[in-house]
Design a protein around this ligand. Structure first.
Ligand code: V47
Ligand code: SF4
Length: 392
């Protein structure tokens, strides 16, 4: 009988490079690959070899299941004290009249606009505004929870938190505890970019460094919170920096088991200080996802963030290790469109997401932020969904 194991064994046996063959054997036997082997995959593996192995791992972990959630974004401000070279979104505090800044009440209006709608998560992320401090955000958490206790709040990158905690003169542990007790449930993975100082110095020299980013996620995990981790790829970094980035995350995950999802973010070059840097090709994108799936063996999920990648390429990643497409998002502001992503004001209906996943022959599963299954859409009739306002 032809099993997935037989099929992948045949692919491994016909690989000519002995190093790649031995990586294949390790993957088959659920053994960890080393940083050197990660590098070899980037340097020498064909897209089809890396992709077949990654797809094998993806299906071993999740079968055809492809997760998404129903969420919306709030961006409190695009004013930022930092000046990352890849960021098309932020406005320096000195030019704050060109930016926006939402009051607590305006953010509560956004929360209230989802009353009665079956969203499960609000994702709060924005620039680092010197006046929006720890007390302001703790108060916002309490207001959101008082209004809608069951809404999961995934908020603040380690960059925002690092600044908030330093400004409030509290330790990372104290700050995390305060926000968690106020209602913050989990943390998104942003701000990681590329950890290696050679690259970090060029693309985002002034914000929290690798050690600081990892310490904040460690503190969250130690409180029992979950978080995600991103990697901004496809600009001036080399393979070695990608492997170094993934290795640091893999090591922390071995200790805390607090990460849910690894999210590679494709660098987009519109309207920022790195516009001269060409973007990666689709082949490079798919290879990156495949290697990430193989390397990040202790991360349960690999997410393609569709606004950055575009819907069609996000669909393609489902054959290269990815098992999660984020969510409906509903972002009326500009963080992603300003960076040149393919989506202007990104938003997909549940019916559209389900359809995207089905077109790739996968099984759409709505999840909550912690990957508890809410509904499997395998047999749900699409035309019924399209006609039902709850899915649109
Ligand atoms: O850290 C900024 C990225 C991130 C560009 O955890 C860019 O579920 C590409 O982390 N090209 C913030 N990327 C967004 C983020 C995120 C998004 C969705 C889900 C989750 C999650 C996290 O956006 C930043 C930065 O890496 N970014 N500019 C750009 N030009
Ligand atoms: Fe500020 Fe984040 Fe943009 Fe960097 S990426 S400038 S921290 S908003």
């Amino acid at each position: 009988m032809r099993t997935p194991e037989n099929a992948i064994q045949q692919i491994i046996s016909s690989e000519k490079n002995t190093g790649l063959r031995s990586i294949g054997e390790k993957i088959l036997n659920q053994q960890r690959i080393t940083p050197q082997e990660g590098l070899l995959l980037f340097e020498k593996a064909s897209l089809s070899y890396a992709g077949s192995l990654a797809n094998f791992v993806r299906e071993r972990l999740h079968g055809d299941k492809t997760y998404f959630n129903r969420n919306f974004h709030i961006e409190p401000t695009n004013v930022c004290v930092f000046s990352c070279a890849f960021c098309a979104y932020s406005r320096l505090y000195a030019n704050r009249e060109e930016g926006w800044e939402l009051s607590s009440e305006q953010m509560m209006d956004i929360i209230r606009s989802y009353d009665g709608k079956p969203v499960t998560e609000v994702h709060i992320v924005g620039g680092v505004h010197p006046k929006l401090n720890l007390a302001f955000f703790a108060d916002l958490m309490r207001k959101i929870k008082a209004h809608r206790p069951d809404l999961h709040i995934k908020g603040y990158t380690a960059v925002e938190l690092d600044y908030m905690f330093r400004k409030a003169k509290v330790s990372v542990e104290e700050g995390m505890k305060l926000l968690h007790e106020a209602g913050l449930d989990s943390m998104p993975g942003g701000g990681a970019e590329i950890f290696h100082p050679e690259i970090r110095q060029v693309i985002c020299a002034d914000k929290v460094d690798a050690e600081g980013w990892l310490a904040i996620h460690r503190a969250a995990h130690e409180l029992g919170m979950h978080s995600n981790a991103t990697m901004l790829y496809g600009h001036i970094e080399k393979y070695i920096h990608l492997v170094d980035h993934m290795e640091r995350l893999r090591q922390l995950q071995d200790q805390t088991h607090g990460f849910n999802t690894f999210i590679p973010l494709k660098f987009r070059n519109k309207d920022n200080d790195m516009s001269h840097v060409p973007e990666s090709s689709v082949v490079q994108d798919m290879k990156l996802y495949a290697v990430a799936r193989l390397y990040m063996d202790n991360f349960p999920h690999l997410k393609a963030y569709w606004p950055m990648l575009g819907r069609q390429n996000a669909q393609l990643t489902l054959a290269f290790g990815v098992n999660d497409l984020d969510g409906t998002i509903d972002d009326s502001t500009k963080i992603y469109s300003m960076a040149g992503s393919e989506e202007q004001n990104p938003s997909l209906t549940t019916a559209q997401l389900v359809s995207l996943i089905r077109q790739a022959n996968r099984e759409p599963v709505e999840r909550d932020t912690l990957y508890r299954e809410i509904r499997n859409y395998r047999h749900v009739d699409l035309s019924e969904m399209e006609a039902n306002p709850l899915y649109n």
